[in-house]
Ligand binder design. Structure first.
Ligand code: ADP
Ligand code: MG
Length: 374
């Protein structure tokens, strides 16, 4: 094999045109190194942000080339333009052994429409395809589906590890099986709750999500963020799984600039629920420590604004102490784990975001199915 096309997840945060967090770049390095040891040329392809199908400077992958090069300790050539164009073809043909980083896939509208012609342009000059961007596999795009029909394709180590960990989470016999779900948007979390509630023993709810459930159980949530349109869905779940769902008993509220912990029955009209309460965290702790398996997604409060990060941080630390299997997913939950330096204390950090949730909901991921069909 001469040159391999590698789909990575380089959708990193940029601040003032610089890579603000190179976690995703670091995660891809073992894959790149393993290919380099096989003495093949590599073309790295990724999307970044939402440039909507045309070139847009703010979403250029150019600043990443230097970061990848520094980590690898060898030159990485950035290929400007649009992936698959004449500049790309020249770069691919020029030096078979070079490590290339192509420009943002989403600069071409064909990426998001799963256009076979765009995939043909991407495939030019390559003899194989490695899919290592788990977080994109829930979307049928040219770099997840169409490309697998053109080149011999396989899953990279990150995709394989992600699938293995999520399968193990669902199939491991260890019980009790727990779920901790926070964040804000019911739309994103309801399918997961509906799918896993029949399988799990315990669900802890926090964040603004819990506010909707508290309101659905007839409690006053004052001026808190919650979703009135989702009250019926929340009420239905509470009615079906009263023993399984754990709502906070105490919450941290902010009212007239004052921060207080109160019982959920005592939230005044001008109060906003910002976090789960310390008493609730103390009550949950032994249950979490006794779990055989846990999946956590979504912050327990408005964690960007201390002291309302306390619930999220405390839950993260407790999960870090578990002896059972712990899988953590979702941007905000991962950020909390990493800020506390607890990466090594959890069984698996699921970086797939929406793809991880879709997989746990039992849905087929188009990009995974495309690989399996090869
Ligand atoms: P995730 O990113 O984990 O998928 P969401 O995107 O659904 O979760 O929600 C995360 C957001 O929810 C965070 O920005 C957090 O500040 C917010 N949030 C959590 N709890 C509260 C709360 N009690 N009040 C207001 N916002 C909250
Ligand atoms: Mg979010």
């Amino acid at each position: 094999m001469r040159r391999v096309l590698v789909r990575v997840d380089f959708n990193v945060p940029l601040t003032d045109g610089q890579v603000a967090d190179d976690f995703r770049i670091q995660a891809a390095l073992p894959t790149v190194r393993a290919l380099l040891e096989r003495k093949v040329g590599i073309t790295l392809i990724s999307h970044l942000g939402r440039p909507a199908g045309r070139p847009h400077g703010a979403f250029s992958l150019q600043p990443l080339a230097e970061v990848v090069s520094r980590h690898l300790g060898q030159p990485v050539t950035f290929v400007p333009g649009v992936p698959g164009d004449s500049t790309y073809r020249q770069a691919v043909s020029a030096d078979p052994g070079a490590v290339l980083l192509a420009e943002n896939l989403r600069f071409d509208p064909g990426e998001e429409t799963n256009d076979p012609d765009f995939a043909i342009r991407l495939a030019f000059g390559h003899d194989g395809f490695v899919q290592d961007a788990f977080g994109t596999l829930h979307r049928a795009h040219a770099s997840t589906v169409a490309i697998t029909r053109l080149l011999p394709a396989c899953a990279g180590p990150l995709v394989a590890a992600e699938v293995r960990a999520l399968d193990l989470l669902l199939s491991d016999p260890r019980r009790p099986f727990g779920l901790a779900v926070g964040g804000a948007k019911m739309k994103d979390k309801l399918p997961l709750l509906r799918r896993l509630l029949p399988e799990v023993n315990t669900v802890f709810l926090g964040g603004a999500l819990a506010n909707t459930f508290l309101a659905a159980s007839g409690l006053a949530v004052g001026s808190s963020l919650y979703e009135p349109a989702e009250l019926d869905s929340a009420a239905a779940l509470l009615e079906s799984w009263p023993e399984v769902i754990h709502l906070p008993d105490t919450v941290v509220v902010e009212a007239a600039g004052q921060v207080d912990e109160v019982a959920v029955t005592e939230v005044s009209a001008d109060a906003r629920i910002m976090d789960v309460g310390e008493r609730t965290l103390q009550a949950w702790r032994p249950i979490v420590l006794g779990l055989g398996r846990l999946f956590w997604n979504g912050p327990m409060g408005l964690y960007e604004r201390p002291p309302f990060d306390h619930g999220t941080a405390t839950l993260a630390r407790t999960i870090g102490e578990m002896t059972g299997m712990s899988v953590v997913g979702g941007g905000d939950s991962l950020a909390a784990i990493r800020r506390l330096g607890l990466e090594g204390a959890v069984s698996h950090l699921s970086t797939g975001g929406g793809a991880s949730l879709t997989y746990l909901e039992g849905e087929i991921l188009p990009g995974l199915q495309a690989l399996e069909e090869r």
